[in-house]
Design a protein around this ligand. Structure first.
Ligand code: SAM
Ligand code: SF4
Length: 474
């Protein structure tokens, strides 16, 4: 009897996944709701109800051009792949703008991993055999780069609001190297209560490294992606599901804040697998969970593959299922995609919300503020050669005009706080976009504030893209 009910549930989830992506959103969610209620799937039923209510004002063709092919997550605005080449004038303007700011946040890029995941296009490679030598050469260059910045912008005079060690996988470094990198990386004028985060993968996290991170950082951010062994092997992850759980629990025993990254909408990932992953993470209950939509990235091994992908409406339903499951487990949505238990001192409120300039050190490091975005070369040899010549190898950059500054402020505040003050917006293209968002119930005005609705929070990556397209860096 129990087996029959479970098969029926699975069949319903498969039937939902097979619903046509060309259906208008209202019809898609209505049919998904009927399938979920027939098989008594209360979590999915509630997720569908929320999605239906959130999207009911959207035009029928809203999702037609949207999918993994066109999706980009804008950690900076605009995304670096959309930036022009950097000019000397850009470089001068960027350095001058940072020099004028009393505070900065800093990021250190560690371009090494245990193994290369097939979906990933971050600037990183699987560690080689002579890795120790490579690490020491790389970090000598990074510290040299930091001295160049110090000379250019008086870094040592600035308050540093957050420090982030990311990559790649910083915890692939042997414990002695990691200790030195963390110590040197933090050797800046840290603001009181500043967050210090280090990214990690489960396959690289030993007891000793975890203790070190517990002492030297305020947050460990662990990539896990899924708790499905088959899917993890398919991605070429450096761990299985049980290994991931052990690593999270070890991290939780040593650090005040453990974040876990998960991804939905992976090729071959079923709706059922996503729900099982959500159930397992809720049981483990780390301090925060970041849920990413799978992004088919240029430069990843999977980019060339012809997979069947979850279409956008199904991906939105996976998002709403996460929202419902995580809220039931005591989390609430913080800065976009990030679910937290309680509050957290984090770099997003200062970087996105308040526009504190962020400087990325290392190969492929990027930087952003209210006035600019830049990205340095992603070629290791080019990076090292430039630094040896005492040059910061800016590759792409955009210094914003007035309209882009307004857009960047609006987006940063909506991202960080889900609301913004409208007083500073005067650009006609931005105002027209806001009117459209309000008409589609993705945002609402209350006095002179603009708030994201539940639909807006679910679709914000798309809203950003539309806004950017509207006036393409005019
Ligand atoms: C630098 S990694 C985190 C730490 C570590 N390298 C790891 O993967 O375990 C940053 C996160 O970006 C996300 N990510 C990477 N590639 C992605 C993709 N193609 N689509 C969506 N999210 C992706 C993953 O969730 C990953 O954990
Ligand atoms: S997802 Fe993380 S571990 Fe995997 S290749 Fe990318 S940076 Fe490395």
């Amino acid at each position: 009897m129990q087996k029959q009910a479970s098969t029926q549930k699975q069949n319903s989830l498969n039937a939902i996944a097979r619903l046509s992506p060309t259906l208008p959103p209202k019809d898609f969610f209505e049919r998904a709701g009927a399938l979920a209620s027939k098989s008594r799937l209360p979590l999915v039923q509630r997720a569908v109800q929320r999605a239906f209510a959130a999207f009911k004002q959207l035009p029928d063709d809203y999702f037609h051009e949207k999918g993994v092919e066109t999706y980009t997550f804008h950690a900076t605005f605009p995304h670096y792949t959309e930036l022009p080449s950097a000019t000397e004038q850009d470089e001068r303007a960027i350095l001058q703008s940072i020099r004028a700011s009393p505070a900065v946040s800093v990021y250190y890029h560690v371009p090494f991993c245990e193994s290369k995941c097939l979906y990933c296009s971050f600037s990183s490679k699987a560690r080689g055999r002579n890795a120790r030598e490579e690490y020491s050469l790389y970090f000598e260059t990074v510290w040299r780069e930091r001295r160049l910045w110090d000379a250019a912008i008086d870094l040592s005079e600035k308050t540093v609001t957050s420090v982030y060690f990311g990559g790649g996988t910083p915890t692939v470094l042997p414990v002695r190297v990691l200790r030195e990198v963390l110590k040197k990386g933090k050797d800046v004028n840290l603001a009181q209560g500043a967050g210090v985060t280090c990214e990690a993968s489960p396959g690289t996290l030993s007891r000793e490294k975890t203790r070190l991170l517990g002492r030297e950082t305020t947050r460990i951010s662990l990539g896990v992606q899924s708790f499905d062994d088959e899917l993890l092997a398919f991605m070429n992850r450096d761990h299985n599901a049980d290994g991931a759980e052990r690593a999270i629990r070890l991290a939780m025993a040593n650090s005040p804040h453990v974040n876990v990254d998960l991804i939905y909408g992976f090729p071959t990932q079923s709706f059922q697998q996503w729900i099982a992953t959500l159930e397992r993470i809720c049981e483990i209950s780390p301090q925060s969970i970041t849920v990413y939509r799978y992004w088919r990235k240029h430069g990843s091994a999977w980019f060339k593959e012809q997979f069947d992908f979850a279409h956008e409406m199904l991906a939105r339903l996976m998002y709403f299922t996460a929202l419902e499951a995580l809220e039931r487990a005591g989390y609430s949505l913080g800065p976009l995609h990030w679910f937290l238990k309680g509050t957290s001192n984090n770099e997003y409120t200062s970087r996105w919300g308040e526009g504190v300039p962020n400087i990325g050190f290392g190969v492929a490091g990027y930087g952003s503020s209210r006035n600019f975005v830049f990205r340095k070369t992603s070629r290791a040899s080019e990076y090292a050669e430039a630094i040896a010549k005492r040059l910061i190898p800016f590759q792409h950059a955009l210094v914003f005009n007035e309209a882009m500054q307004q857009a960047s402020e609006l987006i940063g505040q909506l991202r960080a706080f889900h609301k913004t003050t409208l007083a500073q917006v005067s650009n006609a293209a931005i105002l027209a976009t806001i009117r459209e968002w309000v008409g589609q119930s993705l945002a609402e005005k209350r006095g002179d504030k603009l708030f994201l609705t539940e639909g807006g929070k679910a679709l914000f990556d798309w809203m950003e893209k539309e806004l950017l397209k509207r006036f393409q860096c005019e």
